[in-house]
Design a binder for this molecule. Sequence first.
Ligand SMILES: [Zn+2]
Length: 269
Amino acid sequence: LGAVKNVTVSFNLGKWFASIQTEREVETPVHPSTGIVGIDMGIARFATLSDGSHFAPLNSFKRQEKALVKAQRAMSRKQKFSNNWKKAKANVQKIHARIGNARRDYLHKATTTISKNHAMVCIEDLQVRNMSKSASGTTETPGKNVKAKSGLNKAILDQGWYEFRRQLDYKLAWNGGQLIAVPPRNTSRTCPCCGHIAKENRLSQARFECVECGFEENADLVGAINVLRAGHARLACAETSPAGWGVGPRTHRSDSCDYRLSAVGILVL
Ligand SMILES: [Zn+2]
């Protein structure tokens, strides 16, 4: 639909792709839902919503990691540029493609579901790019806790948090919804029942128990509820402030805008 702006033909891991970008005028969509939801991002659960639902971890890389290591080892044993080496190399590429496809498919399904069901989505404004920076540091300031951090980095990258947020943002805009980023301060240690803030409230990675009032709940759900509350606070603030930060016309940096939406279709040839 619309005027073709450009066509990009690319070759990736043995397959050709044609990506066609078009432009057309559309009405600003009105989101069918009026609901607002908070999301807590985690390792054990990829995303927990404040309504109690959650998405299982992806871990596609972990599952495929062994197969990849095995294939890479087999390739290294072959004589370079021989026919057997080429076959082994194609196998390595096939596993890489499988990992990428599984991850993309999962993220798209999750972000489509969330952006259709909720008009406003609150998410922690985590600096994913900073969190996934090299844990080893520099020679002047060597990183602490390198092993644990790189494990976490890998899990974050594996689950594509940054991509998740990027997709949510533009899909919500397409549906007439809105993504609200809130500061992550104390979202994991505040009691949603009495408001008491203490790191002792968080007994373990999975369990939350308030030391003040005894309120008990899954820690990820508590995080999602607190993110939702922070989102509400931000909206209330935007309504009373003349600057109206957080609501109003959106300015887009990347691949979507308010009145003119670009549709990108991928065709496998
Ligand atoms: Zn409490």
